[in-house]
Design a protein around this ligand. Structure first.
Ligand SMILES: *Cc1c(COP(=O)(O)O)cnc(C)c1O
Length: 369
């Protein structure tokens, strides 16, 4: 069998090429490339899809997180709780505000922020909790909400991997103060370039983020706050709106493929993903945990299986954060996870024969050596 990539965007784009072309023609015809009509329409459509009141398109997921925190006044002197196991952008967005990210270990056996560890990390400086819905699985809503309410903290959801995911029927953006999304091409909903969105329920916060993303300009040439240029292109919004129409179907396929992997891998010496039954994961990634991960990864890649690792380093142990002074062993669950996680090829258009091939090669790689 030919090699199987981790993600194949070409297959997705070929299936909707005609729709993307008409979206392009329409924006080209109108010429409203910056803050145009297709952006307004996509902001409203995506907010409604997630169950939020307002959507503000921005230039990336990282900027969405930064702007969401900044719009709530989080900055110098504040602390923000982030999971010790996540994509580095989560922590960098906090750093950008001037606040300090405080890593919190993940719950044993899972990949999401441990709420008890989060509570233990709260200090008088804590301003916000930033749970990450990693791999497409929502962090359980209730305990986070209760904790935030008890300590008067802001909740910012990093939903960059969780478009369409839900927990007890709640999607990201429908229950918290604010939720942030990335439209990086490889996400479940991805543009043909960078993009992001902030969803929120406060009209004031939405207005503030609209102003901040547009150089602080509330009205023409009026700049009361120091903003930044972080707008989502009209053209990307038009492409994303086309893709939003397919998102449920694509997420359903991802879930079906994940169930197929579950079935095929059941007897192998590895830990399969086990999202909470009250949630509906959208499997941004299908991540197993294996011993001798690096050797297994090399074996898979050597046989054309595009497996990956998300992510190989715990947040507090990145060299760029060395000044925080964390040492190995302080975040045992996250550190174990980063040494064991292995992402298998998964995307809506992957074929069942490809999934079977990946499972076979994985089984052989695990029993070799
Ligand atoms: C992708 C991602 C981001 C950053 O999004 P960009 O659009 O690449 O800036 C942040 N957090 C998580 C969990 C992500 O997966």
């Amino acid at each position: 069998m030919d090699s199987i990539p981790l993600v194949d965007l070409g297959r997705q784009h070929r299936s909707i090429a005609g729709e993307l072309r008409s979206a392009y023609e329409s924006v080209l015809g109108r010429g409203d490339f910056i803050l145009g009509g297709a952006l307004d329409r996509f902001e409203a459509a995506f907010a409604e899809y997630q169950g939020a009141d307002y959507g503000v398109g921005v230039s990336s997921g990282t900027d969405a997180l930064y702007l969401a925190l900044a719009a709530h006044g989080v900055g110098e002197g504040d602390e923000v709780l982030v999971p010790a196991h996540t994509f580095i952008a989560t922590a960098l967005a906090v750093v950008r505000t001037g606040a300090r990210p405080i890593p919190v270990d993940i719950r044993p056996g899972g990949f999401l922020m441990d709420v008890n560890a989060a509570e233990a990390a709260i200090t008088p400086r804590t301003a916000a909790i930033l749970p990450v819905h990693l791999y497409g699985e929502m962090t359980p809503v209730d305990p986070i909400e209760r904790l935030a309410r008890r300590f008067g903290l802001l909740v910012v959801e990093d939903a960059c991997q969780a478009h369409g995911a839900s927990f007890q029927g709640h999607r990201a953006g429908s229950w918290s103060d604010v939720a942030c999304f990335s439209f990086y091409p490889g996400k479940n909903l991805g543009g043909l370039g960078d993009g992001g969105m902030v969803l929120c329920r406060s009209p004031e916060v939405a207005e503030k983020i609209r102003t901040l993303r547009n150089l602080g300009q509330a009205r023409k040439n009026v700049h009361d706050v120091q903003g930044w240029n972080s707008r989502l292109d009209t053209l990307q919004a038009a492409f994303l709106h086309v893709k939003l129409g397919h998102l449920d179907e694509w997420n359903d396929l991802r879930r079906r493929h994940a169930a197929e992997y579950d079935r095929l891998l059941v007897d192998l010496p590895l830990q399969r993903p086990s999202p909470a039954p009250e949630g509906e994961s959208v499997y941004h990634l299908y991540v197993v945990r294996v011993q001798r991960r690096d050797a297994v990864l090399v074996a898979l890649q050597g046989r054309g299986v595009g497996a990956g690792v998300h992510y190989p380093t715990a947040i507090p142990l990145h060299p760029c954060f060395a000044a925080w002074g964390f040492r190995q062993g302080q975040f045992p669950e996250a550190e174990r996870a980063v040494s064991e996680v292995l992402s298998l090829p998964l995307f809506a258009e992957i074929q069942e024969s490809e999934i079977r091939h990946v499972a076979t090669v994985l089984g052989e790689s695990l029993s070799a050596g």
